[in-house]
Design a protein around this ligand. Sequence first.
Ligand code: HEC
Ligand SMILES: [Cu+2]
Length: 342
Amino acid sequence: MRARFAQRKLSGLAPLMLALPAVVAGCQRANPPMNTLAPKSDYANWIYSLFVEVTWLDLFVLGIVVVAFVLAVFVFSRRAGEGEAASETHTDMRLELAWTLGPAFILLLIAIPTIRTIFREEPPAPPADSLKVTVIAHQWWWEFRYPGTPIVTANELHIPEHRPVWVSLRSADVIHSFWVPALGGKRDVIPGQVNHMWFIANTPGEYYGQCAEFCGDSHANMRFRVFVDTPAQFAAWEKAQEAPPVQPAAGTRAAKGAAIFANSPCTACHTITGVSKGYIGPNLTHLASRTTIAGGIMKNDPKDLKAWIENPVGLKPGANMPALGLRGPELDDLVAYLGSLK
Ligand code: HEC
Ligand SMILES: [Cu+2]
């Protein structure tokens, strides 16, 4: 009876066990874009080596536990019919010392590299020659400013490789958390406080980030990207961002769209340099230079832009942008204008 029950339980597990290699293989094939095990900055490297160090220590402890367990069960246990062995010792000082000092020593071995990494990662002042970036977290998107320049952008952070980046983290509303797995650890973004983090990215590429502290309806839709550029790419990007917005040629759809934008409620929330001064939503001055919109959840192409303006809350629950009822040719003109803002 019991055997049959056990068998049934096992056969229920079998499909799961069979699926496991497929799941693991799937993860490998998809090459997860948010992988802490593929560090691409000095900071991420420190965390990675700490992780490896602690894992080896853990394996050592696991080894001791498994050996002690096997000895207790198979060597030092009492067999059926055997009498209880008489014990004369009540305490064993050496044993007491071993199991008190042993774990304390292991914790010390974990604490030393951990604390070293924490201090290394939090210098009191920005390292010389660092690029300063201010990150402002909003429900549910990220604003990036470059102090000392007019650059304001959203959801896509550009930084140069091989140069320290000093990030100041602010929140416009609730607690968020800034996290780019390939570039470093999470750092909370707290209203009324400025937190810092710094790192040196070492490999050009596009890295995914995500808000890592539950912050409301669209927390999971609060994503962003970090583009690590070569110094030349970064200089070109900076120059383009500092330029005034494109003026569409008279008579084009984009020109009609520009007039619609300038006379719409969009201006209350969005800044386009020289056109409007809203600050609730992302700065649109160089919107078309970005690859994604709405916290990295949609592509920045005419189709998605149109869908977004028609129904922001339907596409992103809780989004703080209302549908303003624009449609037809008016909407197409507006989208043509937004698409021209390189
Ligand atoms: C009440 C303020 C408000 C108004 C009015 C408003 N928006 Fe927005 N808009 C936002 C907010 C907030 C976001 C960010 C939403 C998010 O990602 O969660 C946004 C996002 C966007 C984005 C995506 C930008 C990016 O980089 O992710 C575009 C494009 C946009 N709005 C265009 C418009 C247009 C065009 C209008 C007028 C038809 C408009 N908005 C009206 C607040 C507003
Ligand atoms: Cu958030």
